[in-house]
Write a protein that binds this ligand. Structure first.
Ligand SMILES: *[C@@H]1O[C@H](CO)[C@@H](O)[C@H](O)[C@H]1NC(C)=O
Ligand SMILES: *[C@@H]1O[C@H](CO)[C@@H](O)[C@H](O)[C@H]1NC(C)=O
Ligand SMILES: *[C@@H]1O[C@H](CO)[C@@H](O)[C@H](O)[C@H]1NC(C)=O
Ligand SMILES: *[C@@H]1O[C@H](CO)[C@@H](O)[C@H](O)[C@H]1NC(C)=O
Ligand SMILES: *[C@@H]1O[C@H](CO)[C@@H](O)[C@H](O)[C@H]1NC(C)=O
Length: 530
């Protein structure tokens, strides 16, 4: 069939009159289509496509038959591509985008209709990003909740890999569409992402202008597949020949090449990311480099590709991994990968990850998920927490978008207490005897011992450290695969109900040998810089 089609196509093009071929190659980039959302002001949206080298292309933006603006460019050789940057447009629509190619006496026109201007978000990652609305809790009512969201438009990139960076997408699974229950629920892990959709829907509730959502994710894939060669090199990632790895492609850069790079000429507002499970047992201790490097590389590439229209440090949000029981993938490395997702700071944004936001999800576990505990069905809360981060970091709203972390610690040795003072108010939902641990050392030998939660007030919490008879060098929280049951972690922020993130804090100052009873020492420690 394939061979026949090729021969037929070849014959057909030989039979066409020479000048008619001026029409044949003229098209928009594959993701420029009816119902799309283009990035609104203050950025200018990029429109591009292919044509006949040397031809003139005029792009016109129209509303109600009226011309709003015209941009003229020409088709470049040897790429046969053309590109224009529109002037900034206020949110709203619908508009029509018309591109006309003229070459000698030949001209050819393309149109896309019902185009809106708003904020465009790209959503990427592995299976937890790929899960669809039909797979989550309350699927039926979520799938039917689309009537008020006709200005939230969706697009799903098809699953492809490539050894070289592609200029255009090899395919689109779901063309730009209005949301319907069919478009949001094609089947398990098929097409539109639930996290992406719900994130956009929550954003729309506050923004009240169009939101464009692009899903480009693939189950069972490590970060290396989504990273360019440049960023992997920066982290010293070895060349990897996959054997029986995971379920999706794992070769370096193959998904970056085919599913992200082709979007880099688009103007975007930001990115959200839900990935990391496939790195729990693969290059895990490089993740604190590969993840910040991916963010930096995507930012550079999209900024350059859009001729500076996509912000250089565009907002980048991500989900810190939830809890799951060991299945196909061992989950023992979960606390480490959660920590590495923050570049070992415990919170974002931080010095190595500027303009980022994170949804903590360790308390959204789902033991009985029909898709395995690695695929929790509560995507609403994850998306809600992410959208709070976006509102604060991407839209500058003053609101609480992360849970409490300790800001100061005091060792009350005589009373066998370590007092933590939090950056924000804390809601102690439950007392826990094991979720805090202290590292206790004598003669080069250190071990983690439980430090039960003791008394607390609105912003402080005392830990019982009597289990440590030697030198206390560090403290950590929720440093386990499954720290608590669904929404039952011990510590939350009272009004936002955001969970306290996991942390590990090393005490850096020398502990005096003569640590006498009654002496109170204020300790400084790495990483938690608030
Ligand atoms: C394009 O072709 C149409 C007829 O097919 C003609 O009416 C129109 O003037 C042409 N436009 C340009 C810019 O050449
Ligand atoms: C990443 O984590 C590993 C293991 O904890 C550590 O050895 C390394 O120094 C960290 N690298 C960066 C860049 O933070
Ligand atoms: C996309 O951006 C890259 C980097 O600036 C550029 O080389 C390429 O030509 C652009 N593509 C088009 C179609 O203009
Ligand atoms: C599902 O719907 C019920 C009833 O409206 C609600 O209480 C619950 O929070 C919803 N679950 C999620 C995960 O949103
Ligand atoms: C330590 O924490 C407890 C409980 O929150 C509090 O009552 C006490 O005042 C704190 N002690 C100091 C010295 O801060």
């Amino acid at each position: 069939m394939v061979a026949l089609g090729f021969v037929f196509g070849l014959v057909l093009s030989l039979l066409l009159p020479a000048d008619a071929s001026a029409d044949v190659g003229f098209r928009f980039a594959s993701y420029i289509d009816n119902y799309m959302v283009l990035q609104k002001e203050p950025a200018g949206a990029v429109i591009w496509g292919y044509g006949v080298s040397g031809a003139t292309v005029t792009v016109t933006l129209c509303q109600d038959q009226e011309t709003i603006m015209k941009k003229v460019t020409s088709v470049k050789a040897p790429s046969s591509s053309w590109m224009v940057v529109l002037d900034p447009v206020k949110p709203g629509g619908p508009y029509e985008v018309i591109a006309q190619q003229t070459y000698g006496r030949m001209n050819f026109t393309l149109r896309v209709h019902d185009v809106l201007f708003g904020d465009v978000w790209l959503c990427s990652g592995q299976s937890n990003m790929q899960m669809t609305v039909s797979q989550i809790f309350n699927a039926t009512s979520e799938l039917s909740d689309t009537a008020a969201y006709q200005s939230v438009r969706i697009l799903a990139v098809s699953l492809n890999q490539a050894l070289q960076e592609l200029e255009d997408l090899a395919g689109v699974d779901l063309r730009w569409s209005k949301p319907t229950s069919e478009n949001l629920g094609h089947g398990d892990f098929k097409y539109m992402s639930a996290v992406c959709w719900l994130f956009g829907r929550y954003l729309y509730d506050t923004l009240q202008y169009p939101v464009g959502l692009i899903a480009s994710s693939w189950a069972g894939t490590p970060i290396e597949a989504w990273s360019s060669e440049r960023s992997l090199k920066a982290c010293g990632v070895p060349r990897f020949i996959p054997s029986d790895f995971g379920t999706g492609p794992s070769e370096n850069s193959v998904l970056w090449n085919a599913m992200v790079h082709p979007l880099h000429n688009m103007t975007l507002k930001g990115v959200i990311w839900y990935q990391g499970e496939s790195n729990i047992n693969f290059n895990r201790d490089l993740y604190n480099c590969t993840f910040p490097a991916l963010i930096e590389d995507w930012r550079q590439t999209f900024h350059r590709g859009s001729q500076g229209q996509t912000e250089r440090f565009f907002p980048f949000g991500f989900v810190q991994l939830s809890s799951f029981l060991s299945g196909a993938t061992s989950s023992e490395g979960l606390p480490h990968i959660r920590w590495h997702q923050t570049a070992d700071f415990g919170y974002v944004p931080n010095l190595r990850m500027p303009n980022t936001f994170m949804a903590v999800a360790m308390d959204l576990c789902d033991r009985n998920s029909p898709f395995g505990s690695a695929h929790p069905r509560d995507k609403q809360t994850v998306a809600y927490r992410l959208h709070l981060g976006a509102r604060a970091v991407a839209y500058g709203e003053k609101l609480t978008f992360q849970g409490p972390l300790p800001q100061k610690m005091e060792l009350l040795a005589d009373r066998g207490l370590l007092n933590l003072t939090y950056s924000q108010q804390i809601l102690v939902q439950r007392q826990d005897k094991k979720i805090f641990e202290v590292s206790c050392c004598s003669d080069q030998q250190c071990k983690w011992l439980p430090a039960p939660m003791d008394t607390f007030s609105t912003q402080t919490l005392a830990l019982d450290i009597t289990s440590c008879q030697d030198t206390l060098v560090a403290v950590r929280y929720a440093w386990s695969t499954w720290p608590c049951e669904y929404k039952q972690c011990p510590l939350y922020h009272p009004t936002s109900t955001l969970p306290a993130p996991p942390f590990t804090a090393f005490i850096t100052n020398q502990i005096p040998d003569d640590l006498s009873k009654g002496q109170m020492i204020s300790m400084h420690y790495d990483h938690i810089l608030l």
